[in-house]
Design a protein around this ligand. Structure first.
Ligand code: GAL
Length: 393
């Protein structure tokens, strides 16, 4: 009898443990995709989403690694009498399942949005208390990615709410990337690596460069928690504003560079169907993306600061490096950088010695720049970067 009881206990513990986990290896490198919020806000519908799907599937983004098309807030309207979520029939007359099928038919994956609180940030029904039903629906619809927000969650514990949803997703059985969005309010980098594949670590990005909660402010917040970044568990500095109105083309390129240097999720947030070719070429630069997608998942650290120019370095899996010279100032600035100086990673306590024997490749210029045997000199425009890789000779 005792043996039997022990067996039962082990069995139940086993079941509990098997649900208390996230799906393994869904994001070995930072997820790449597009999300509706930065460009459309609440004004989203199935036609617009399909236009973005068609653009991504045909403009080179898909081949560059972008996979997820994610609808953010405002797709949902109410719950039925059994508590299942209902999509707004005016905006999504064909229903979410049909849209997911459409996305899949183009070889892409489909993401959706909800919230751990009672209501979403735009006051649509949230997930609190309905986790199992929502997860079941998402699995039936063929959802591949869930962004889970944190509005209207007064009195709730983030770790509990997000873990409940993680378990519900796992139980529903369809592998779904789980993207936490509690804005860094309860330090998810300390606990969420067992809950989701990525977590927002700051408030919402603003479509600006050096002012407000724009690109530079977020970069500064994120580099303080860089040590928590790793495969399948990424700090998320929020979706890209590349190509949106508030940034010059140079600033868009710098923004993209910094996200690649941080090994950040690359979730475009512009209108993919109408963007200029120059913006598309930023979003699809294969060498920049290779830096972002490097399988170490290491975020950059500061190597040097001279005046307004900072030098950031990101070690890559094959023993090469990505280096970004960043001009923060509102004026042009010159770089004169000697590669011999040691680069000390302050968080992992590693010292890198670039020993004069690396080839330099200018990622945005698309050309070789000599070797690290000589100091590098260049002039950077206001808010510009020089983004290079260093490969062994
Ligand atoms: C915010 C979130 C944004 C967007 C918005 C939708 O909380 O950070 O990225 O999802 O809600 O209402």
């Amino acid at each position: 009898m005792r043996k039997f009881l022990t067996l039962i206990v082990i069995l139940f513990a086993g079941i509990a443990i098997s649900y208390a986990q996230k799906f393994p290896d869904l994001a070995p490198t930072p997820p790449m995709g597009w999300n509706s919020w930065n460009f459309y806000n609440c004004n989203i519908n199935e036609e617009k989403v399909k236009r973005m799907v068609d653009a991504m599937a045909s403009n080179g983004m898909k081949e560059s690694g972008y996979q997820y098309i994610v609808i953010d807030d405002c797709w949902q309207i109410s719950r039925d009498k059994d508590g299942y979520i209902i999509a707004d029939p005016k905006k999504f007359p064909s229903g979410i399942k049909a849209l997911a099928d459409y996305v899949h038919s183009k070889g892409l994956k489909f993401g959706i949005y909800s919230c751990g609180g009672k209501l979403t940030c735009q006051k649509r029904p949230g997930g609190a208390g309905y986790e199992a039903k929502d997860a079941q629906r998402y699995a039936e619809w063929g959802i591949d990615y869930l962004k889970y927000d944190w509005c209207n969650s007064d009195g709730m514990a983030s770790q509990v709410q997000y873990s409940t949803m993680r378990d519900a997703l796992h139980k529903a059985g369809r592998p779904i990337v789980f993207s936490l969005c509690e804005w860094g309010s309860t330090k998810p980098w300390l606990w969420a690596d067992t809950v989701g594949q990525l977590w927002r670590a700051t408030g919402d990005i603003q479509d600006r460069f050096g002012i407000g909660h724009g690109v530079m402010k977020i970069f500064d917040e994120m580099t303080k928690i860089r040590q928590y970044n790793k495969p399948n568990a990424f700090n998320d500095p929020d979706m890209l504003e590349v190509g949106n109105m508030g940034l010059t083309e140079t600033e868009s390129r710098t923004h993209f560079t910094l996200w690649c240097m941080m090994a950040a999720p690359l979730i475009a947030g512009n209108n993919l169907a109408t963007m200029k070719p120059d913006i598309l070429s930023i979003l699809t630069n294969k060498n920049a993306i290779a830096v972002d997608q490097d399988k170490l998942g290491l975020a950059c650290f500061l190597w040097n600061k001279t005046g307004d120019v900072e030098t950031w370095i990101k070690p890559l899996a094959d023993g090469s490096y990505a280096v970004c010279f960043l001009n923060r100032s509102n004026n042009a600035a010159t770089i004169n950088f000697n590669w011999q100086q040691l680069a000390t990673d302050p968080d992992f306590h590693k010292v890198y010695n670039i020993n004069g024997s690396y080839h330099l490749f200018d990622i945005w210029g698309g050309k070789e720049l000599g070797t690290t045997q000589k100091p590098i000199t260049a002039t950077l425009k206001k808010h510009d970067v020089l983004f290079v890789t260093l490969k062994k000779q």
